[in-house]
Design a protein. Structure first.
Length: 339
C-alpha cells in the first residue's frame, strides 16, 4: 500500500539514473586503467553519449564506454559524483548516480527528490537491446530493481510516491507504474480524477476503475473506443465489469478473431481477462463463438489467451469451453472457485 505524506509542496528539479550494468561493478582491469583526469573521462562519456551495460552487441563484448564508467566509479569521490548527477549530459548523470548507488556511502534521497523532473531521454544499450529512457526513470529503477544498490527508507519512499502522484506535470513512467499499484482509497480518488480528466492519464483511469463508480464510466468507455487506449480500457473493465461495457468487449472479440494476431499480445490477453469477469451465459456463448471462428494458428493463440485468463480468474460457468492443453490449467481449477 502506498503511504502518502501530508507535505507535497516540494519542488522538483533535474535527476539522472541508470540500471543497466549495475551488477558488473567488479573493477577495471589493470591494463584498461589510465591517467586521464575526471574531466577527460566525462568528456569521452559525453562524446559516445550512450548509456551502456558491461556487455553489449551480438558478441556480448565489454564496451569502452563501460570501462569509462568503471574508471569514473573507481576514481571519483562522493562529492565529485554528486556534482556530476547535475551534469548537462544525461548519460554522465546516469553513470554518476549509478556509481553512488552502488557505493552506498551517501544518503541519495535529496538527489532523488530534487531530480524527479528529469525527463531527458538517453540512448541505452545493454546486451543486444537498444532503446531510450528518461533519466529520471533510470534513477528510480536503480534504487528499486538493483538489490545491491542504495535504497529509500519507508518514509523517504512515501515522499517520493507523494511527489510522483500529486506534483502537477510529472511525466516519468514511474508515475504510471505507481498509479497501477494504487489501492482504491478515498484519499487518492480526487487526484486520480484530476489526472484522468485534466492530463488525459490512461493509467489514472485504470486506477479509478477500482472504485467502481458510475461517474467514471464515460472515461472507461472513451478508452474502449480509442484504438490506442483499448488495452487500458480492457484493464479497467477487468476491475469494473459493468454490463454497459459488455457490447464493446463483444464487438472487439468478434473483430479480433478475423485478424492475423500473434502470441504475447497483452491487449488481447486483457480482453479475455475482462470478458471472463462477467461469469454469465452470454459471455460463455461469446467465448465459444470466438474459438469456433478462429482458424489455424489464430485458434491456438485465442485458446491460449482464454486458458490463461481462466487460470487467473477461474469460474465454473466456463468449464469445458477449451481443453487446457497449452497453459496446463487443471480442469478442476475451472470449477473450484465460483467468482
Amino acid at each position: 500500500m502506498i503511504k502518502i505524506v501530508s507535505s507535497i509542496s516540494m519542488k522538483t528539479g533535474i535527476l539522472a539514473v541508470c540500471v543497466y550494468g549495475v551488477a558488473g561493478c567488479s573493477g577495471l582491469p589493470e591494463k584498461k586503467r589510465s591517467s586521464k583526469s575526471i574531466n577527460e573521462i566525462v568528456t569521452e562519456i559525453t562524446k559516445t553519449n550512450v548509456l551502456m551495460g558491461d556487455a553489449v552487441g551480438y558478441g556480448i563484448e565489454r564496451p569502452e564506454q563501460w570501462d569509462r564508467y568503471e574508471e569514473l566509479r573507481l576514481r571519483a569521490g562522493d562529492k565529485e559524483l554528486m556534482a556530476l548527477t547535475s551534469d548537462t549530459n544525461g548519460v554522465v548523470r546516469c553513470y554518476a548516480f549509478q556509481a553512488l548507488a552502488n557505493r552506498k556511502t551517501a544518503d541519495l534521497f535529496p538527489i532523488v527528490r530534487q531530480h524527479l523532473a528529469d525527463t531527458a531521454l538517453v540512448k541505452t544499450l545493454d546486451g543486444c537491446s537498444g532503446g531510450s529512457q528518461k533519466v529520471g526513470d533510470f534513477f528510480l529503477e536503480t534504487i528499486t530493481i538493483n538489490k545491491r544498490a542504495w535504497k529509500l527508507n519507508v518514509d523517504q519512499k512515501a515522499v517520493i510516491d507523494s511527489l510522483l502522484i500529486f506534483e502537477n506535470g510529472n511525466r516519468l513512467n514511474a508515475r504510471d507504474k505507481l498509479l497501477s499499484a494504487v489501492e482504491p482509497e478515498e484519499k487518492y480518488y480526487k487526484r486520480l480524477r484530476q489526472l484522468a480528466i485534466m492530463e488525459n492519464s490512461r493509467p489514472a483511469v485504470v486506477a479509478l476503475s477500482k472504485y467502481r463508480r458510475t461517474q467514471d464510466k464515460p472515461l472507461i468507455e472513451a478508452l474502449l473506443k480509442d484504438p490506442y487506449g483499448q488495452a487500458y480500457g480492457f484493464n479497467s473493465v477487468r476491475n469494473f465489469p459493468d454490463r454497459s461495457f459488455y457490447p464493446f468487449l463483444e464487438q472487439s472479440l468478434k473483430s479480433e478473431v478475423t485478424k492475423n494476431n500473434r502470441g504475447n499480445d497483452e491487449r488481447l490477453q486483457l480482453l479475455y481477462e475482462a470478458i471472463v469477469q462477467y461469469k454469465d451465459e452470454a459471455s460463455r456463448k461469446l467465448l465459444k463463438l470466438a474459438l469456433s471462428e478462429a482458424k489455424d494458428m489464430q485458434y491456438i493463440y485465442h485458446s491460449d489467451y482464454l486458458q490463461m485468463a481462466l487460470k487467473k480468474y477461474p469460474a465454473a460457468i466456463y468449464e469445458g469451453i477449451v481443453n487446457p492443453v497449452f497453459t496446463g490449467v487443471p480442469k478442476s481449477n475451472l470449477s473450484s472457485n465460483k467468482r
